[in-house]
Design a protein around this ligand. Sequence first.
Ligand code: FAD
Length: 402
Amino acid sequence: MTIPKPVVIAGAGPTGLMCALALRAQDIPVVLLEAEEGLTRDLRAGSFHPPTLEMMASYGITDRMHEHGIRVRHWQIRNRPGDLVAEFDLDLLRDVTPYPYRLHLEQHRLTPIQLDLLQRQGGTEIHFGHAVNGFTQHADGVTVTTSGPSGDRRFEGSWLIGADGGRSIVRKELGIEFEGFTWPELFVVVSTPYDFGQHGFAYNCYIADPVEFGALFKVPDAGPPGLWRLAYPVNPDESDEVLLSPERVEAALQRLVPKHGTYDILYKSTYRVHQRVAASFRAGRVLLAGDAAHLNNPLGGFGLNSGIHDAVNLCDKLGSYLRGEGGENLLDLYSRQRRFATIEQVQAMSIRNKRMMEERDPAIQRQHLEEMIAVAADPAKARAHLLNTSMILGLRRANEVT
Ligand SMILES: Cc1cc2nc3c(=O)[nH]c(=O)nc-3n(C[C@H](O)[C@H](O)[C@H](O)COP(=O)(O)OP(=O)(O)OC[C@H]3O[C@@H](n4cnc5c(N)ncnc54)[C@H](O)[C@@H]3O)c2cc1C
């Protein structure tokens, strides 16, 4: 069978690169268009769940991630001032996955691995500095236009995948509603090499507190000792200058673990958090995947993982369709399955996690935490909780959607 035109992908983030790898593994030609001059390096996701590691393994990505990533077998729920409430051991899942842990690796260390594997394989035209600014759909394809330092260009494709992030031009051009809401508060993320492990903190902790909940996790950085990243909510009416001032950041870390001397801060930034899902992940020959299709708060570490899940599900079905093994309804099935997983699992869990961590009523907070203590203490309940929070159950249920 000859496939006349390549699949065009907008965005060389982790989702777009995963789509390209999954299509190339099926010998489908790909054009990958990225607005920036190179891979983006901003500090974002860093935690990978077992099913995501399983999905990426056959492409050779997972082994490469293990060369540098940190295996995180335990994660904890703590309260202020940092006391341990409950600890979960992912090894309880060793009979259902070859990866019974979370793997911590910065997103900007994953994407160079993906790009390298893609370039070694050949068959992908990769254009950096090409921002997609529009497209038109025809009966047999899509014409995509870009702008950038090398001028305006056009690309002919059979299908277009919009993996161009939360502000997706592709989604906006389609006029697809991005349903949901934006949380009122801002978040600050700071990174320090200070070793919280010496105080008993697991490499992944959620800190419940009615005033300043938080998430703490360790990432490998360029190598030992690695970095600990703390994310916490702040007042959005204050300027970045104030929120990220050395005094404010220092005070936040001292509230977590008081210590003599100041913390060494290597990175700090603010970001806004949304809970949104596109009304459909397909419109004709155009498909949405990753942050272009859905956004969630980072409590639980689901965003990037679900982008990879989208990419694998989508490219499996697009490949089958292009080989003539099924009709276009396969692509609608992609949209239904992944919207289901996003809404029923990722949105529901990330919203619940945040509400539990920030609960303002002390009695309700205590009740939540007591429930978590009971779940962690019972291996059967803990295992069920881990199947859910590791995205295993949600994926199984989504795959049953017809
Ligand atoms: C602080 C923070 C912490 C996070 N922590 C986690 C975590 O622990 N676990 C987790 O799973 N997720 C986490 N996330 C979410 C995760 O980072 C995102 O879900 C992930 O980046 C989505 O990947 P993507 O490829 O879909 O989109 P992006 O990473 O946004 O990539 C989109 C790409 O498209 C390019 N692009 C944009 N517009 C165009 C255009 N017009 N034409 C061509 N290219 C374009 C961009 O330059 C970019 O390279 C976190 C996010 C933040 C902000």
